[in-house]
Design a binder for this molecule. Structure first.
Ligand SMILES: NC(=O)c1ccc[n+]([C@@H]2O[C@H](COP(=O)([O-])OP(=O)(O)OC[C@H]3O[C@@H](n4cnc5c(N)ncnc54)[C@H](OP(=O)(O)O)[C@@H]3O)[C@@H](O)[C@H]2O)c1
Length: 325
């Protein structure tokens, strides 16, 4: 199949690109002007097929006909995401850019639109979650068959303390470290899931929450795994998740005058959300997250990933603009 892949320069987008190429699909990778596609086609099997990727540089904006250079495609996969999570950027990327991709799909008779979303939109409290949901609603109303992949936490989001623990510092936890849990998924497993789904032909719109192989891990479990992998005793320091609220209240007067400060305040809301909410399926009736009902996929485990980082076999993934630790 011929696939238009948006967000091909991102963490999951790169993995999806590798997976599409290795599965023999033709890919049109849509990247921002001047943005090099940093795909490392390191394995030989991929090198042979890398000529099946066409890179199209275009800004997905309503002001220009960015679709002009695009050939007809069977499937659109969007791995677009706001890199900052700031409200205006979230609106521009999570909603506006995706909306334009959908218009392209509707006009071009695309057979399937696959959206990488996040499981956290089930309990929306943040600007980027609301923008994601606005776009998910558009997808559901569109005649284009669609799959919305609501993923749990990526490995990348769970390696921020690797260096500090290796340096002998304690693992930082919020409260007891058991407030939240997730079923971490690797970029490779998630990409495999997305590409397998993309090749199917759904009726209407499917919403698929997805995690990696269980069991669900709390931050305390993750800290213990990391220490065990590094051959160190588990030591932790507990922080109150309310600290994000305190800092937000402190800087809130500045938010009246400065957009930068308002963006900071949103980042603090995001940090508080992830310190206190699980990345698992939400049971609205029982009002709790449920590990049992959170589907699992793949075989890569966080423990193996930590071991590969420790041995140097894998380099720590590049982290986002606003990584906490
Ligand atoms: N982190 C987690 O644990 C987690 C868990 C579940 C779900 N998710 C969701 O997974 C999705 C993808 O995450 P990711 O980590 O792969 O994201 P990422 O690495 O930040 O990549 C974002 C992609 O979107 C592109 N993009 C950003 N702003 C753009 C714009 N204005 N115009 C065009 N392209 C733009 C980026 O292009 P450039 O390279 O040019 O910036 C990049 O290709 C997000 O929706 C996120 O919410 C994340």
């Amino acid at each position: 199949m011929r696939v238009l892949l948006a967000g091909a320069t991102g963490y999951i987008g790169q993995a999806v690109l590798r997976e599409l190429v290795s599965a023999g699909h033709e890919v049109i990778a849509l990247v921002r002007p001047g943005r090099a596609l940093s795909i490392t086609v390191s394995d030989d099997a991929l090198e042979d097929q890398s000529d099946t990727v066409t890179v199209v540089e275009a800004a997905i904006t309503p002001n220009e006909d960015w679709t002009a250079p695009l050939p007809k495609t069977d499937v659109v996969i969007s791995c677009l995401a706001s890199r900052s999570g700031a409200p205006s950027d979230a609106r521009l990327v999570e909603y506006e850019a995706n909306r334009q991709l959908l218009t392209y799909a509707e006009r071009g008779g695309v057979q399937h639109f696959v959206l990488l979303s996040a499981i956290c939109v089930q309990t929306p409290r943040l600007a980027f979650q609301r923008e994601k949901l606005r776009f998910e609603a558009l997808l559901e109303a569109s005649p284009v068959p669609a799959t919305i992949v609501r993923a749990t936490a990526f490995f990348r989001s769970l390696v921020g303390q690797f260096e500090r623990v290796r340096a002998g510092k304690p693992f930082l936890l919020f409260s007891s470290g058991n407030l939240t849990a997730c079923k971490p998924i690797s970029d490779r497993d998630l990409a495999r899931f997305i590409v397998a789904r993309a090749a199917e032909s759904p009726q209407g719109t499917l919403i698929l929450p997805i995690g990696g192989p269980g069991p669900a891990l709390t931050p305390q479990d993750q800290g213990r795994l990391l220490c065990e992998t590094l051959g160190q005793p588990f030591r932790s320091t507990s922080l109150p998740p309310e600290m994000f609220d305190w800092i937000r209240w402190l800087i809130s007067p500045l938010g009246l005058f400065s957009r930068r400060m308002r963006d900071r305040m949103e980042f603090l809301r995001i940090a508080k959300f992830y310190a206190t909410e699980s990345m698992l399926c939400w049971d609205a009736e029982a009002k709790r997250y449920n590990a049992e009902t959170t589907p699992e996929f793949g075989s890569d485990t966080l423990q193996d990933f930590y071991a590969k980082l420790a041995s140097g076999e894998t380099l720590p993934p590049e982290r986002g603009e606003h990584s906490l630790f």
